[in-house]
Design a protein around this ligand. Structure first.
Ligand SMILES: [Zn+2]
Ligand SMILES: [Zn+2]
Length: 287
């Protein structure tokens, strides 16, 4: 948890992790303790094709979760939907369509996160058919090295934003091996307290950002987007104008950059990278 200069409190969480209840290498109890010891305020255990109920744990909020999938190959529509915060078993099944899975998560009181679209090779025109996606993973730690190659889904989410469907951006570890993917990518959620209701409401409202280290703030004022960050190495702005002269700001210890919204821009977002290569991602601004 940290408090920003405005007095807002932010809580750190990982909403995607597997345990020995499916194909993860650590028991739920040990995995939760590991994240708590690493400064996390909340987690969701999201084992495959099952409802992982909320748990009482000392010093950390453990939300319910589950990861539900449809399809086997990208060509037939491989989709993984992570449900978080349900108050009852949504009873997701591999027989369900993607829309049915999303709707079941909502009916059970949870939020539906479209997991790792780049790993799943989900094209923008495929994703945009679905309603009710509360967030997607712009970065999924386990989808990167050393066991995978597509952790970063930003090209897919930018193409969705260009088509008028900007999704809220989360990051998560999708912890399986409890090796270097662990405690790498997470979200900071702005909420008054760390309860299920407050965290879910804040995520639905988009009051969160994805990070691997930098703490950021971004705001839209007039025709500019401003990003402020803990000292970093670069701040870069993404939009749907292909050439922008001052899109990238590189400077040792940079803490602020301003983007002037272009005439043809329909969306803007930003990525911050620190000296160690850790990123943070703002949400999309529709402009
Ligand atoms: Zn998955
Ligand atoms: Zn997973």
């Amino acid at each position: 948890m940290y408090t920003d200069k405005h007095g807002n409190t932010w809580f750190k969480g990982n909403l995607h992790m597997h345990t020995t209840d499916s194909d993860g290498a650590m028991s739920p109890e040990d995995a939760i303790a590991l994240y708590r010891e690493n400064g996390y305020d909340f987690v969701a255990v999201t084992d495959h094709r099952q409802f992982c109920p909320p748990r009482d744990a000392e010093g950390i909020l453990v939300l319910s979760g589950g990861e539900y999938n449809t399809g086997i190959t990208p060509a037939e529509g491989l989709v993984h939907i992570v449900g978080v915060g349900m108050t009852a078993d949504p009873k997701g099944s591999t027989e369900d369509s993607t829309q049915v899975l999303i709707d079941k998560v909502h009916r059970a009181g949870g939020i539906a996160i479209w997991a790792h679209p780049a790993w799943s090779l989900n094209a923008p025109d495929f994703i945009e058919k679905y309603e009710g996606i509360d967030a997607t993973e712009i970065y999924n730690s386990v989808s990167g090295f050393p066991r995978n190659v597509r952790p970063d889904s930003s090209l897919i989410t930018d193409m969705l934003a260009m088509r008028g469907k900007p999704l809220k951006l989360a990051a998560a570890d999708d912890t399986h091996f409890y090796e270097c993917e662990t405690c790498k990518s997470y979200i900071w959620v702005k909420a008054e307290n760390c309860t299920r209701e407050a965290i879910l409401d804040a995520i639905r409202a988009g009051d969160f950002y994805a990070s691997q280290g930098p703490r950021i703030e971004a705001f839209h004022e007039g025709d500019t987007i401003t990003v402020e960050t803990t000292p970093a190495a670069s701040i870069a702005f993404f939009s749907d104008t292909v050439w922008v002269e001052d899109r990238v700001h590189i400077e040792d210890g940079i803490t602020k950059a301003v983007y002037t919204i272009g005439e043809k821009d329909t969306f803007v977002r930003a990525e911050v990278i620190d000296a160690d290569g850790n990123k943070a991602w703002t949400q999309y601004f529709s402009v």
